[in-house]
Write a protein that binds this ligand. Structure first.
Ligand SMILES: Nc1ncnc2c1ncn2[C@@H]1O[C@H](COP(=O)(O)OP(=O)(O)O)[C@@H](O)[C@H]1O
Ligand SMILES: [Mg+2]
Length: 366
């Protein structure tokens, strides 16, 4: 049933290219040298903390902002100087603002009526869009008679019905409660796949980005920090910002140095020494995740391929699937996750322990 929409969008999915974007509001330099290439049909996320420039970048693509420098290219057309209505993009905002006095059908039809699409075609396209978001049976209701998730789906239907070249979503799920957010992000992803519609999704929530996006651009302070798939960013963060923003990270500062022809990391206080497979010499940091260590009673036999770190349990948190320990090792507090099985005893605070850190999981950053 959705074959029409898929043909109109999927077959003609376009890429988006941002080339050397610099944008300032007055003296505030908000977007700094942005270079990005989004592939046709890709689900791409802009991920970063509040105020880093995500919305500004999305609005620039949509044509609601203009940059002092750089080009926006959609498909093979430069659109930098086109007004929003000539770009044929669909944007869904955090505050999706449906018309309260109109039925669902009217809300979705509105954009087509404005474009003076013939009546019978409007009916067909609205039916299709409502069916795609699973709301055909609610067509005659008003927004106030729908749940938050359903209202969000109306906003989506209203946007895809105009068959935009690119779908732009600015934190579209943030007004929903936690459970609904999880459900809606799955639905969004499925819908995007069905339509193979190039989609840019703005979020400050790393889990939301990880679970929906093919690739993510991590942004901080108007600068793209790194672009990659969720796993690439998690496994090979380019810097400490990315390491910390995507998941929980232990960071230890120190120096990489060669010893006997082997590269080794030493923390500034000498408490942490780890062999490094590759890397440059000089001051730097190591990063490792809580699941890269196991926690054992002090002086248990060492596990092969690991570095032993002696410490004391300072705090523990029961998170359900794991117990997360905070262990003092010299002057460092190291987070360690131990998977939890029913009936197990957690180690009490104050227990002397040995942490076994998997050497090949340690990321070196200069
Ligand atoms: N119209 C505007 N005039 C002046 N400053 C703005 C304007 N819009 C956004 N900013 C500033 O630009 C920065 C980036 O904002 P925004 O793109 O909304 O960030 P995000 O969406 O990542 O939270 C912020 O410092 C914000 O205060
Ligand atoms: Mg924003």
């Amino acid at each position: 049933m959705n074959s029409d929409l898929r043909e109109t969008t999927g077959a003609s999915a376009v890429g988006v290219k941002l080339d050397g974007i610099n944008l300032s509001f007055g003296k505030t330099h908000v977007l700094k040298g942005i270079e990005l290439q989004i592939e046709p049909g890709e689900f791409f996320a802009f991920l970063g903390p509040s105020g880093c420039g995500k919305t500004t970048l999305l609005r620039l693509i949509a044509g609601f902002e203009s940059a002092q420098e750089g080009r926006v290219i959609i498909g093979d057309q430069e659109v930098s100087h086109l007004p929003p209505w000539r770009r044929n993009l669909g944007m869904v905002f955090q505050n999706y603002a449906l018309w309260p006095h109109m039925t669902v059908r009217k809300n979705v039809a509105f954009g087509l009526e404005e474009r003076r699409v013939p009546r019978n075609e409007i009916k067909e396209r609205v039916d299709l869009a409502l069916e795609l978001v699973g709301l055909l049976e609610f067509a005659r209701r008003r927004p106030s008679q729908l749940s938050g998730g359903q209202q969000q789906r109306v906003a989506l239907a209203r946007t895809i019905v105009i068959e935009p070249k690119v779908l732009l979503l600015d934190e579209p799920l943030s007004n929903l409660d936690a459970k609904l957010r999880v459900q809606m992000r799955r639905e969004l992803r499925q819908l995007q796949r069905k339509l193979s519609l190039t989609t840019i999704f703005v979020t400050h929530d790393q889990e939301e980005a990880n679970t929906t996006a093919d690739r993510i651009a991590v942004i901080n302070d108007g600068v793209v920090q790194q672009i990659g798939t969720p796993m690439e960013l998690y496994d090979r963060p380019a810097n400490l910002f990315v390491a910390n923003f995507l998941g929980v990270a232990n960071v230890v500062e120190g120096v990489m140095a060669e010893d006997d022809g082997r590269l080794e990391f030493n923390s500034s206080d000498g408490a942490v020494t780890v062999p490094m497979a590759t890397g440059q010499q000089g001051p730097g940091s190591i990063v490792f995740r809580p699941q890269n260590l196991s926690i054992r009673p002090r002086d248990a036999a060492p596990l092969p391929g690991t570095t032993q770190l002696n410490g004391t349990v300072e705090h523990k948190e029961f998170l359900g699937s794991v117990v997360r320990y905070r262990v003092a090792v010299g002057g460092h507090l190291i987070l360690v996750d131990a998977s939890y099985q029913r009936g197990e005893e957690a180690m009490p605070e104050g227990t002397p322990v040995t942490l076994c850190l998997n050497n090949d999981q340690v990321i070196g950053l200069i």
